[in-house]
Design a protein around this ligand. Structure first.
Ligand code: NCD
Length: 336
C-alpha cells in the first residue's frame, strides 16, 4: 500500500493494493459487523469520528455508491456535504476542476469522488499532496477506468462466500457482459491476481471484450490464468463464481447500436441447472436485464448481500484512512 510522504492514504487504483492490506481490511470489516449488531456497538462506532467532515463529490450518476459511502460515514459519526451537480458550481464560471476541488478540500477532512473523467482522482490527490493541508481522496468510480472500492467489496463477498471452501485461492471466476467499458471488471480482475491460482473466464460479445491495456497487464501476472470467450453456455459449468455486468450504454453509443445480441449474455433461470451447486452469483448493480429476477430467490444469488458488504467494507476503509481502526480492533471493547 503506498502511503505518500505527507501521510495521507489515498484510494485511487486497484494496482495499489497488497494482499496483506486486503486481509487486514476484511478482518476489520468482520469486527465492525459484529460490533454493529447492538445499540451499544452502533453508538461506539458513531463516536469514532464525529469531529471529522467528508465531502462526497459525485458528478456522475450514482445512487447506491453515493448512499453506501454516505451511510458508512454516518455510521462513523462523520458529517457529510455533497456536490452532485457541477452546473451549480463555479466550474460554470470557468473555474478549473483543480481549483474547485482544492477549495472544497479546505472545508473537510476527506474527499470521496466519482467523476466521468478518468484519472481526475489521481490528479486531485497529487495536487492536494502539494498543499499545506493535504487530505485523503477516495476514488468512487473514475469514468470507464477504475472503481477500486467496488473491487474491495466484491473480493470481500467472494472471501466470505468461499470461507468454508478454502478461500478465493484456486477458484474459477466467470466475468460476463460489457468487459470493455465496465470499470468494475477492470479493478476486480487486477485485484483477483493477488490470490494464488485464480482463473478468470471473460465472457462477452467479441465487440465488448476487455481492452488491450488490461489484457497486457493481466498477462504479466504470474498468479492468474485467463480465457476470453463468447460462449456463455460452455463457460458457466466451470464457474465457482459468476460476476454479471450490465451494458454500459452511457459510453460509446455506436457500439450499442451494433449490439443486437446482448441477451445472449444474460443469466436466465434456465441456466441455473448448468451452474455448480454452490456457485456464487455477483453483480455490482444496478441490474438491467442481465439476471432474471426469479434468480433472486436462488441461494446462489449473492448480489444483495454484496451491496450490504459494500457499506461495511467502506466503514472499514474510512476508519483505516482516518486512523481509528486500532480502536475497532482493540480487544477491550465494551461487550456487544
Ligand atoms: C458500477 C459502476 O458505477 O461502475 N455501479 C456501482 O458503483 N455499484 C457498475 C455499473 O454502473 O454498471
Amino acid at each position: 500500500m503506498n502511503q505518500d510522504i505527507n501521510g495521507c492514504l489515498h484510494i485511487l487504483t486497484a494496482k495499489q493494493f497488497e494482499r496483506n492490506f486486503l486481509e487486514y481490511l476484511f478482518r476489520l470489516t468482520d469486527q465492525i459487523r459484529k460490533i454493529a449488531k447492538s445499540k451499544e456497538g452502533m453508538l461506539f462506532l458513531s463516536n469514532l469520528l464525529p469531529h471529522k467532515r467528508v465531502m462526497l463529490y459525485f458528478t456522475q450518476p450514482s445512487t447506491r455508491t453515493f448512499l453506501s459511502f454516505q451511510t458508512s460515514c454516518h455510521i462513523l459519526g462523520m458529517k457529510t456535504s455533497e456536490i452532485r451537480d457541477p452546473t451549480t458550481s463555479s466550474e460554470q464560471k470557468g473555474e478549473s476542476l483543480e481549483d474547485s476541488l482544492r477549495t472544497f478540500s479546505s472545508y473537510v477532512d476527506l474527499i470521496i469522488m466519482r467523476s466521468p473523467v478518468a484519472g481526475l482522482c489521481d490528479r486531485i490527490a497529487r495536487l492536494l499532496n502539494e498543499t499545506y493541508r493535504p487530505i485523503s481522496v477516495i476514488n468512487a468510480g473514475s469514468g470507464p477506468d477504475e472503481h477500486p472500492t467496488q473491487a474491495i467489496l466484491d473480493l470481500y463477498t467472494l472471501h466470505r462466500g468461499f470461507e468454508e471452501k478454502g478461500g478465493i485461492k484456486g477458484k474459477k471466476i466467470c466475468i460476463i457482459g460489457d468487459l470493455k467499458r465496465g470499470r468494475t471488471v477492470r479493478s476486480l480482475s487486477k485485484m483477483l491476481s493477488l490470490y494464488e491460482d485464480v482463473t478468470i473466464y471473460f465472457v462477452s460479445d467479441p465487440s465488448l471484450q476487455i481492452k488491450e491495456d488490461l489484457r497486457e497487464s493481466l498477462l504479466k501476472r504470474k498468479n492468474l490464468d485467463f480465457f476470453e470467450t463468447d460462449n456463455l453456455l460452455k463457460a458457466l459449468p466451470h464457474a465457482d463464481a459468476i460476476y454479471m455486468t450490465r451494458t454500459q450504454s452511457e459510453y460509446e453509443l455506436d457500439i450499442n447500436i451494433k449490439l443486437k445480441n446482448a441477451e445472449k449474455y444474460h443469466l436466465k433461470s434456465s441456466h441455473l441447472k448448468l451452474l455448480k451447486e454452490d456457485c456464487l452469483i455477483l453483480h455490482p448493480m444496478p441490474r438491467c436485464q442481465e439476471i432474471d429476477r426469479a434468480i433472486d430467490l436462488d441461494p446462489r444469488a449473492f448480489y444483495w448481500r454484496q451491496e450490504r458488504n459494500g457499506m461495511w467494507t467502506r466503514v472499514a476503509l474510512i476508519s483505516k484512512i482516518l486512523g481509528v481502526d486500532d480502536r475497532i480492533l482493540l480487544p477491550d471493547l465494551p461487550s456487544y
